[in-house]
Each structure stands twice: as structure tokens, then as C-alpha cells.
Design a binder for this molecule. Sequence first.
Ligand SMILES: [Zn+2]
Length: 469
Amino acid sequence: MKKLFAIRKLVVLVSVVLILSFTVLTMAVAESASSPLPVKNVIFLIGDGMGIGQILVARNASVGLDGRLVLETLPEVALINTHSLSDNLITDSAAAGTALATGYKTENGMVSVLPDETPVKTLLEAAQERGMATGLISTNTIYDATPATFGAHTKSRSMYEEITAQFLEKKIDVLLGGGKDRFLPSGVDVGKRKDGRNLIEEAKGLGYIYVDNATALKLAKGNMLLGLFHKSYMNYVLDKDDYGVENVEPTIAEMTEKAIEILSQNQNGFFLMSEGARIDHAAHAVDVAGVIAETLAFDEAVKIALDFAKKDGNTLIIVTADHETMGFDITEPLDYEVLSKMKVTPEYMALQLEKDDKGVFTTESIREVFAEVKHAGITDLREDEIAVIQAVSDKYSYLVGWEIGSVISARANMGSMTTEVRALSPTGGHTANMVPLFAYGPGAEVFGGVLDNTDVARIIATLMGTTLD
Ligand SMILES: [Zn+2]
């Protein structure tokens, strides 16, 4: 009985705290009277896996430790807790995206539904209710977890056919990224859909302009735009020249610029989510050069958004991450010499390896690939390093890349999770580290202190003059 009373007391206390914090939030929002509410446009830039360590290596490699990336110049900063529902300290991109898109926590793997599969309203849907134009961009497949959580509701992040179909049903005005395979039926081009639908043709029927390369993207005019630039993930920034696709695959900055150009035609404003997805992928492989290149490319997109917001005067910019990946950090003995040789990603190196008739990577090909100057230029590989790579001979090339990247970064004394701990991690190396949030624009001063990822969605909704419930 005493325990029950204690629980009741706790419930009352929690309710009071919740009401108080809501009041404070509303007051804080109302106080930003310098600009009229609601804010007209929202540009939400998410660097997947981009923690403070990822930002610091990118800063140090570009403008130096005393310089600032564009994203670091945004005036308001907060720290964000990223854990997913229950006692799951470590989130995946689906649960984290759901929190950022809807203000609700859910289980890992779920896309904007609660654990009982009830769908919850997303910021993108709230924007549509307000008559705003909407857009999603990712350097991953456009149907991957982060964009999916803004534009779809599925019990699993791997329901790609369902996710892409929901994007079109919602008539999201701009969709740009990789993932052409799930827009086409199997048997047609790179198509993998089992339901026989051709969503590219369907999109054209709905009024979308369709483009599949960077040049066409630049020239595109209209109100609705579908751009699919790769059958799967778009290539890493570092690998584009090696595959000769610089003119095929636009940068995230180019996609963001075009999306703003198209969406800003709407008199009621727009909501755009643009994801630098491959920061996370490079971080999983402890690919420092890759993280630097992807983070700097993402920062260029932030610059495009910020330039627009400064001119427009009624645009809110939010830059944050969904979670941190691999516990990335700069150490005292970090050897930039080793890292600076990397002009390709470890995944690119993985794809150059040759197998023997037992399906195992040959020692000679491993030595050759590592010795190549623009790769790592490492000519003294040890037996144990070769064994680690041979042990994953039957795995996907990106997983082989994880081991290659770990070998190189260990030689450079990079601070990160070990390959053994990563192997035990269901997310493949995400951490519970808080991630930074940077904000600019009307009402941005509401962001500050330590927030939960669900707070971010709710604050944005309030500033947009909408609600998520
Ligand atoms: Zn990840």
C-alpha cells in the first residue's frame, strides 16, 4: 500500500513536471516575438551517426581545430539524448528517426509506429495539414530508416516496397536520393519490387518530374520532383571519382539546393528533411577519411540551407544527428599521416579483393589492395590483420569494409569501439553518446540544454504552429 502511494505521488509529480515544462516551452516559444509565429519554412538536416567526434575530425581536417564548420556557427546549441524505447540505451536509425519525426519513442527497427503498431503523426504530415510543401532527401536509399520515419508508417524498416508506396500516396513533393531498385518491378532495369508496380511511372502520372542524374537535376523545373541517382545507396563522396559518377550522382548540397528551389514556390512554406546518411556508414567502418568527406559534404548542404534562411528571414534550420556511431574520438597519438593516404573508402577496397577457390580472400590480393598508394599505402600488413579480413570473406562488401577500416584506423591510433565490441553490438556499433543539435531562425532560441530526441520534434511542431497529437 505504501508502495502504491509512493507510485501515485510519483505520477502526480511527473504530471506537474510535464505540465510545467510544457508551459515553459510554450512561454519560451511565445517570447520569441521578434518574428511572427508560426515559422514559414523548416529545414531539418540530419547527419546520421554524426556525434561530436565526427564533427571534430571533419573540422580539424578542413578548417583546423580553431576554425568552425558551418553547422557549428548556428547560434543555438543543445545536447540530445538518443535512447530508444524501454531500457534500450542504444537506438537504431528507425527508432531515432521516429523520435525526431513524431515526438514518440518506439522500439528499434520500427518506422513511426508505436510498439503496438499504432501509427503516429510525423512532422512532414503535420506540415502537409498546414498546406506546406514537403521534401525528403537522403544520400542513402530514399526508403531507408531516416527518411522513412518522416514519410511512412511501417512496423519494420525493411518494408521498402510499402515505404516507397506510402511516399507516393502522400504526394511528398520532392524525393531525392538512392534506391531506384524499390521503385521498379523486378525484371525492369534494376527493379526489385515483388508487387509488379512501377512507381516511377506512377509518379510521372501523379505529376512528378523524374530525373536520374545530376545534370537533369540541375535543369529540373516544376512543383513535384522524384530523383533517384543509384539503384541502392548513393556512392561515398570519396569513391565517386573512382567509379566515374561525379556527373551522375549529385552532392547532398546540390540536392538540398534544388529541393529548396522547388519547395519554396509554395506560398504556405515548406518542410524539408535532408539526410547526410553515409557519415554513419563510414563511421561503422572507422573510416576516418570517409567520415571527414561525408561530414564536409553534409556541411555544404547546411551552408545552402543557412544562406536561404538568412535571405528568407522566416526559415528555421535544425541540424542534428539521430545517434552517434562507434564512439569516434581524436586521440593524442592519432596519426594523420596514415589517414591522409586514404582516397577511397574501405568498402571500395573490399570490392577489389580476390578470392581463392575456397571463397577466401587471397593473402596476395589483400596485400596488394592495402599497398596501393591511394588506398592505405600499407606495405607491412601483419598476419593477424590479414586473418581478420579473411575471416569475413563470405560477408557483404560493406562488412568487409568495416574490418578493413578498423585495421587502418587502429594503425592510425584512432579512438573508436574495437572490432570485437562492434561484433557484439546489434546495431553494429552505435553508442548512447548524446549528440549535438544546432539551430538557427525564428524561435531557435527555444533549443538549449539537455533535451530528449522526442522534444526536438515537439518543439519544431510548436514553432510550425502545428501539433503532433
Ligand atoms: Zn548506423
